[in-house]
Ligand binder design. Structure first.
Ligand SMILES: Nc1ncnc2c1ncn2[C@@H]1O[C@H](COP(=O)(O)OP(=O)(O)OP(=O)(O)O)[C@@H](O)[C@H]1O
Ligand SMILES: [Mg+2]
Length: 256
């Protein structure tokens, strides 16, 4: 297995909190997989994701991208962010330009691409995410699902190798969700790596090829959905067995 992203004994602490959000977090994520990240509220999924493109820097431990320990100088971060695109949990944290078109073009313009190439990328990403008819709209006056699609379009316009999306589907209607899954499949077919934090276990069951289960700032499982589903003690320990039974009624319940 060739890991694209590796975390080794990473600790991250938010000032004022009782415990670290990541405490001895270690994982190796294989390249080209569809990776679902699950875990209870507050288990550290978003904190983990904010490390993936260098926005957060571990207080101890190492994060490696493509075999190299991350460097946190301006130039290295700029290169890293071309290769790893992060869609935030809350689109309001991501969108800051006045109009949708400006927001989607911000990243490509920063890459120093020609105007023609920027326009091509913005149009392609907007069409893919079905926001082409919103391009002239102010970002603050969009619905939450529209904002999420604009945030995704802005990241896709960078054409990253790794797409990290933090509960992207949560605010999207079922039609757009299907559309986004099609887009993710296209990215997967191109060999890209996709990470998705989700509370939807059917995503783990039917979409993911690799799963990370987080608990209190640690990864308690990394591996295939099949292996997780057959690890009864782990499912019980993490409380996933009960919720799984709701997704898959044929899955033996506590009594079964
Ligand atoms: N900006 C912050 N300042 C202080 N504490 C924070 C901050 N962000 C997160 N935390 C704390 O860090 C821990 C991990 O939070 P994180 O947002 O990474 O969890 P999560 O798994 O993404 O949760 P959710 O499923 O609710 O999105 C929690 O205890 C949370 O309260
Ligand atoms: Mg989160």
């Amino acid at each position: 297995m060739k890991p694209i992203l590796e975390f080794e004994d990473v600790h991250y602490y938010y000032p004022g909190q009782k415990r670290s959000a990541l405490q001895g977090f270690s994982i190796a994520l294989p390249v080209g997989e569809k990776i679902a990240v699950v875990g209870r509220n507050g288990s550290g999924k978003s904190t983990f994701f904010l490390h993936c493109n260098g926005l957060y820097r571990p207080q101890s431990g190492v994060v490696r991208f493509d075999w190299q320990p991350m460097a946190y100088n301006r130039r290295s971060l700029q290169l890293l962010r071309q290769r790893v695109g992060l869609v935030f949990q809350n689109a309001d944290d991501q969108l800051f330009s006045a109009s949708v078109a400006q927001d989607i073009s911000f990243g490509p313009l920063n890459l120093g691409l020609s105007d023609v190439e920027v326009r091509r990328r913005v149009q392609a990403a907007a069409e893919l995410c079905e926001v082409a008819d919103l391009l002239e709209r102010p970002t603050h006056a969009l619905s939450s699902g529209e904002k999420a699609r604009v945030a995704l379009a802005g990241v896709l316009a960078m054409e990253p190798e790794v797409l990290v999306s933090d509960e992207l589907m949560a605010s999207l209607d079922p039609w757009v969700r299907l559309r986004i899954f099609d887009i993710l499949q296209q990215l997967h077919d191109q060999g890209k790596t996709i990470l998705m934090a989700t509370h939807d276990l059917s995503v783990v069951r039917y979409w993911a090829s690799f799963v990370v289960v987080m608990e209190a700032g640690q990864a308690v499982f990394c591996g295939s959905p099949q292996r997780l589903l057959t690890d009864r003690p782990l499912l019980e320990k993490t409380g996933l067995a009960r919720v799984w039974w709701r997704v898959e009624p044929s899955f033996p319940n506590e009594e079964g």
